[in-house]
Design a protein around this ligand. Structure first.
Ligand code: XUL
Ligand code: CO
Length: 439
């Protein structure tokens, strides 16, 4: 099989002074940061859906695809699916990305029946397995596409039609099994149509109960087959539906808690989904981290001028610094990774653009990691926050935190104290300047 990217050699680290667009300026895989290599910290992953299956259609009506992909033969055949596998691995190898991620239908086409579809998937999985073995590249997570086929128009686990629920269950069962077979580090649930377009036709309580039951069945199956990978749920508030039940990190956590699933799923947080929900990425990461549920990240960015999910490659150092500060604070990525759920612009249609995009994202994260580590080493930011809360470390604050006092004692204390004299400045501007010292 001829190389898909014959003119591109393995991307190397050349340092910040390099002017080579096909070299890393900051991502140096083996360089240690806080005692761990960048490769281990960042666990980069390439997505099959955008990178291998995207066509460069536009946001308006899908448009005609613009992307040149010389290895494609224009079909969605099994034969083409098999030819595409080594292209993905050549790309990951040249880039130095240790992981990839896929939906079942990205890698293999649907057949005329579910059993034919499963056979197609098995055939491609065999090829994926062989390439994983040959290259050492691993599967970060697998997932099932429960949103493109018309059968899922009303949702999958939350469909009004019980037969659709059953079909989705059969599909997810198989997707978990192949993820297990490929030694995937995780499995993601993204509720692509688990929501509603109008409440007029929706029994929300019943749909949520069904989604809870579906995830319990998935957890049971995971245990049955001995899959040890981490399950994640990926928040997104809207698009394709008007409202999705997994709308943001807090909503996901509340859902998991209500349906007793908190011990079984962590969160996979995506930047552009957090911003669609009206939050920053760092906010959603903090919400997940505080609940002990920060699992993995889908790395991308939106466009401040546009209100939809543009899935652009992240290049903003301020953003990656914030992400890395929170990830490091909660102990870093373990089973999860930095998964580039991002796509080139429609006008960036050449294969080399895929390299520019991923190199830029990896460098932006490497810089974010180094800057966050420097801020942590410097210690002034953490010390400021610690001091800001110092009234809780002893005396009355400590007693409140320990649950030793109630309203009666607090009222007595306050009547004796009189007015409070000790409020301190929040120093937002000082802290913003401090961060900029490192960028
Ligand atoms: C869609 C999205 C998905 C999930 C996997 O916005 O992010 O691709 O990451 O289903
Ligand atoms: Co995503």
């Amino acid at each position: 099989m001829p190389a898909a990217f014959p003119k591109i050699r393995t991307i190397r680290y050349e340092g910040p002074d390099s002017k080579n667009p096909l070299a890393f300026k900051h991502y140096n895989a083996d360089e240690l940061v806080e005692g761990k290599s960048m490769k281990e910290h960042l666990r980069f992953s390439v997505v099959y859906w955008h990178t291998m299956r995207g066509r460069g259609g536009d946001m308006f009506d899908g448009g005609s695809g613009t992307w040149l992909r010389p290895w494609e033969d224009g079909t969605n055949s099994l034969n083409m699916a098999l030819k595409r596998v080594p292209v993905l691995f050549e790309f990951c190898e040249k880039l130095g990305a240790p992981f990839y991620a896929f939906h079942d239908r990205d890698v293999a086409p649907e057949g005329k029946s579910l059993s034919q579809t499963n056979k197609n998937l098995d055939r491609v999985v065999k090829e994926l397995k062989k390439c994983q073995r040959d290259t050492g590249i691993g599967l970060l997570w697998g997932t099932a596409c429960l949103f493109v086929h018309p059968r899922y128009m009303h949702g999958a686990a939350t469909s009004c039609n019980a037969d659709v629920f059953a079909y989705a269950a059969a599909q997810v069962k198989k997707a978990i099994e192949v993820t297990h077979d490929l030694r995937g580090a995780g499995y993601v649930f993204w509720g692509g149509r688990e929501g509603y377009s109008t409440l007029l036709n929706t029994d929300m309580k019943r749909e949520l109960d069904h989604l809870g039951a579906f995830l319990h069945m998935a957890v049971a199956h995971k245990k049955k087959i001995g899959f040890k990978g981490q399950f994640y749920i990926e928040p997104k508030p809207k698009e394709p539906t008007k409202h999705q039940y997994d709308s943001d990190a807090a909503a996901c956590l509340n859902f998991l808690r209500e349906y007793d699933l908190l011990g079984d799923l962590k969160l996979n947080i995506e930047t552009n989904h957090a911003t669609l929900a009206g939050h920053t990425m760092q906010h959603d990461l903090e919400v997940a981290g505080a609940a002990g549920a920060l699992g993995s990240i889908d790395a991308n960015t939106g466009d401040v001028m546009l209100g939809w999910d543009t899935d652009q490659f992240p290049t903003d150092i301020y953003l990656t610094t914030q992400i890395m500060l929170t990830l490091l604070k909660y102990g870093g990525l373990t089973t999860g990774g930095t998964n580039f759920d991002a796509k080139c612009r429609r006008e960036s249609f050449e294969p080399v653009d895929l390299f520019h995009a991923h190199i830029g994202g990896m460098d932006a994260f490497a810089r974010g990691l180094k800057i966050a580590a420097a801020i942590r080493k410097d210690g002034r930011l953490a010390e400021f926050v610690k001091n800001r809360y110092s009234s809780w470390d002893s005396g009355l604050g400590q007693q409140i935190e320990k649950g030793k006092v109630g309203f009666k004692e607090l009222a007595q204390y306050t009547l004796k104290l009189g007015e409070i004299k000790t409020n301190q400045s929040g120093r937002q501007e000082f802290l913003e300047n401090l961060i900029n010292e490192f960028i």
